[in-house]
Structure formats: structure tokens, C-alpha cells
Design a protein around this ligand. Structure first.
Ligand code: ADP
Length: 374
């Protein structure tokens, strides 16, 4: 039986492990938090820091293969493990390129992959030299996630909110739609794409609010999106699963925002809505099995279940029964004991042939299910 380790124990790891139960595989999770969402679904839980060289190396040295559910891992340890013959999905070189937004943007430029215009800044004071880029978005090279490493700079008056370390200063795009394409690549280089997901953001928390699949785009935009996503995955030269987040601008140009070298929130709906889910697909890749069918069984929408404003502490769920009464709604709770405002506590997937029905149910669920602490 293959021994496979996952670095990180969040909800993505949890859903990956739910899929692992269908295959012949023995699973390990490395994560500091013993109460993390993935802790109780793996065969072996190892408490430790995924950013520490020795911890990651010792975790991986007796396993057959490794994967990640978050990019902030010790890449040097993965490189050493790779040099000793371990299979790593994706290859450490791809993680290295992607985990730093400066290197990631430079990768797009080197490979002529369309992406918003940008310059690199090393310090906050350098922003003064780039007023020609305004309005812009400042993105910290390393350490940012869920909108926390991103600042909108509309005018030079916003410069004090910029980052004082290596960052990307990117021109603001006139976005019509944000979509994501998940690409699966096996060891032989065979590739398959999931249909694009349309992502809708909460403007205040800057967190994903709902998503719909398939995205409501023209055939021409679909072709561009597929061509660009395939090229990103090909140029990264690695097997694995990649989520390519794209902007469609007002002129229908398609630009890469960023890539995640792992299973991704834009693919949660694939569990119920597609023949092979992104999680199932990653196991097929790791275990050397045939790639799955990415087609949708039915169109779908996702609502994220976020911690309610003003509530911090042990989580309880209000409106849960109401949501379970809705036809074709599938509730996923991530098993996080504590809630706080905006924390991702779960999601609900809705299936329906009819987009209006999807949006209607998504709205209803958003306003019915609340995560509070009382
Ligand atoms: P994170 O890594 O935190 O998800 P992103 O780089 O994806 O950060 O940016 C978060 C959001 O900010 C995007 O989903 C998009 O809505 C907005 N954004 C990012 N870059 C740009 C840009 N160049 N123009 C307009 N909006 C942007």
C-alpha cells in the first residue's frame, strides 16, 4: 500500500482525505494544530511545523509520495526528499515559483502568459516612483492569504497602507468577472481541465462569497481561459492539480491573477457536481491511476459558511435544519471548534439545472445558516 503524506491539515486536507477513503492508500498529515479539520480523518497524524526543514524532511523520508494543501511549506526539505526519489505533487520547484507572488509574476512574464501589468517594489517608499501605475493593487510577495496580503492603492494618499517588503505592484484591472480553471496533470504529462467556475467576492471581507459552475462566459472567453490555464500548468512542468484564477476584463481579455498548486476552494463543488472531484483527481494522479472525468453532472453553486460578525469562540450553527430541507443542497462543515468573524467554517453546494434556482437557493442559504458563538 502506498504511503502518502499531506502537508497542512485544513479543510482542503480534510476533503482530500474523505476522497482517499475510496482508494488503497495509507495517509499521513503534518500540521501543528492537533484539532485541525484533517486531524481525525488520516491514518497517522503528526504534530509539527510544515515550515520547518527537519520536521518536513523527517515526515517525508519514510513515505512514498507527498502533497500539500497550503503553499507555506518548507520547500528546501521537499527538494531534498525529491532528490532522494520521493514523488511530490506538485514538484517543489513549482511550489517555490508560486508561493512567492514576485517569483510567480516573473514566471508569467518569462512564459508570456497574460497577467496584469506590474512592477516589483522592495520597500514602501519605492511606491513614490510608480505613481504611473495607479490605481493599483499592492500584493506582498510572501505571507499573505485570504486578502490579508493585498492592498488597493487608489492614489498616492494610500501609499502608507502599502507593504514594506518585496511586493508586486499591479495595475488595477477593470474586472468583468473572476473565474478559476482547475487543471490536472499526471506523471505522464497527460492533462485534463475542469469547466471554469465563476467566483463572486464579498467586497468588505474580500473573501469568496459564492461561486457558480459553469461560469457564464462566451465560447471565445472559454477557449482563451482553457488555453491560458493549460499553458500555466504545462510551463510549471509538474504533475499535480493546479487552480488558475483568471480575470476576464471589460474587453473580454483573459489575464492570470494567480495560481494555486493544489486543491482549491474554487473546486469544492466538484465533490457532488462532477463525475470526478478535484480531490478524487489528485488521488488518481498520486496513485498512478487513470485520470477522471471532469464533466459536470449538473450546474452548481457554492455558498461559503463564514463566522458571523461579532462572534468569537466555540461555534454553533443556526438554521442548519432549514438548509438541510432544501433539495439538492449538500452541507460541509469543516469541524473547526472555534469561530471568528469571516472564518471559513464550511460550505454548502447546491445543484440545479437552472441558474436562477441556483442563485435563489444560494441567497437563501447565505441568509439562513449562521455560525455564531453563544
Ligand atoms: P489572495 O492571494 O489574498 O487571494 P489575490 O491576489 O487573489 O489575493 O487578490 C484578491 C482579490 O483582489 C482578487 O480576487 C480581486 O478581486 C482583487 N484583485 C487582485 N488583483 C487585482 C487587480 N490587478 N485588479 C483588480 N482587482 C484585483
Amino acid at each position: 500500500m502506498q504511503k502518502v503524506g499531506i502537508l497542512g491539515g485544513g479543510q482542503l486536507g480534510r476533503m482530500l482525505l474523505q476522497s482517499a477513503a475510496n482508494y488503497v492508500v495509507e495517509t499521513w498529515v503534518l500540521e501543528n494544530d492537533e484539532e485541525c479539520p484533517a486531524a481525525h480523518l488520516c491514518h497517522h497524524f503528526i504534530k509539527g511545523d510544515i515550515r520547518d526543514f527537519d520536521t518536513v524532511y523527517n515526515f517525508g523520508k519514510d513515505l512514498d509520495a507527498l502533497t500539500i494543501e497550503i503553499e507555506s511549506v518548507n520547500v528546501e526539505a521537499l527538494e531534498k526528499l525529491e532528490s532522494e526519489g520521493k514523488r511530490i505533487y506538485p514538484r517543489p520547484a513549482a511550489i517555490r515559483t508560486i508561493k512567492n507572488k514576485v517569483l510567480q509574476k516573473d514566471f508569467y512574464r518569462q512564459h508570456e502568459i497574460p497577467t496584469p501589468a506590474y512592477v516589483i517594489t522592495q520597500t514602501r517608499s519605492e511606491l513614490d516612483e510608480h505613481t504611473g501605475m495607479l490605481p493599483a493593487v499592492h500584493k506582498i510577495g510572501e505571507g499573505g492569504y485570504d486578502g490579508k496580503g493585498v492592498q488597493v492603492l487608489k492614489s498616492s494618499a494610500d501609499f502608507p497602507t502599502g507593504f514594506d517588503s518585496a511586493s508586486v505592484l499591479e495595475k488595477m484591472v477593470d474586472i468583468r468577472m473572476e473565474i478559476a480553471v482547475i487543471v490536472a496533470v499526471n506523471d505522464a504529462g497527460e492533462t485534463t481541465l475542469f469547466p471554469p467556475t465563476e467566483m463572486l467576492f464579498d467586497p468588505i471581507l474580500n473573501l469568496l462569497d459564492y461561486q457558480v459552475c459553469p461560469a457564464n462566459i462566451s465560447q471565445k472567453v472559454l477557449w482563451k481561459a482553457e488555453a491560458i490555464a493549460s499553458k500555466v500548468a504545462r510551463d510549471l512542468q509538474s504533475p499535480g492539480l493546479f487552480a488558475i484564477e483568471l480575470f476576464v476584463d471589460k474587453d473580454d481579455e483573459v489575464l492570470v491573477n494567480e495560481t494555486a498548486p493544489r486543491v482549491h476552494n474554487s473546486g469544492h463543488h466538484t465533490i457532488e457536481a462532477h463525475y470526478s472531484s478535484q480531490y478524487d483527481m489528485l488521488w488518481r494522479i498520486i496513485l498512478g491511476l487513470p485520470l477522471g472525468n471532469t464533466a459536470a453532472i449538473l450546474p452548481s453553486a457554492i455558498v461559503n459558511i463564514l463566522g458571523a460578525e461579532g462572534h468569537c469562540g466555540p461555534a454553533t450553527y443556526e438554521g442548519f435544519d432549514e438548509v438541510l430541507k432544501i433539495d439538492n443542497a449538500f452541507v460541509h462543515l469543516y469541524g473547526k471548534k472555534l469561530t471568528k468573524p469571516g472564518r471559513k467554517m464550511g460550505h454548502v453546494t447546491i445543484l440545479s439545472k437552472d441558474r436562477t434556482d441556483l442563485m435563489h437557493k444560494a441567497n437563501k442559504i447565505k441568509h439562513t445558516l449562521k455560525v455564531v458563538s453563544r
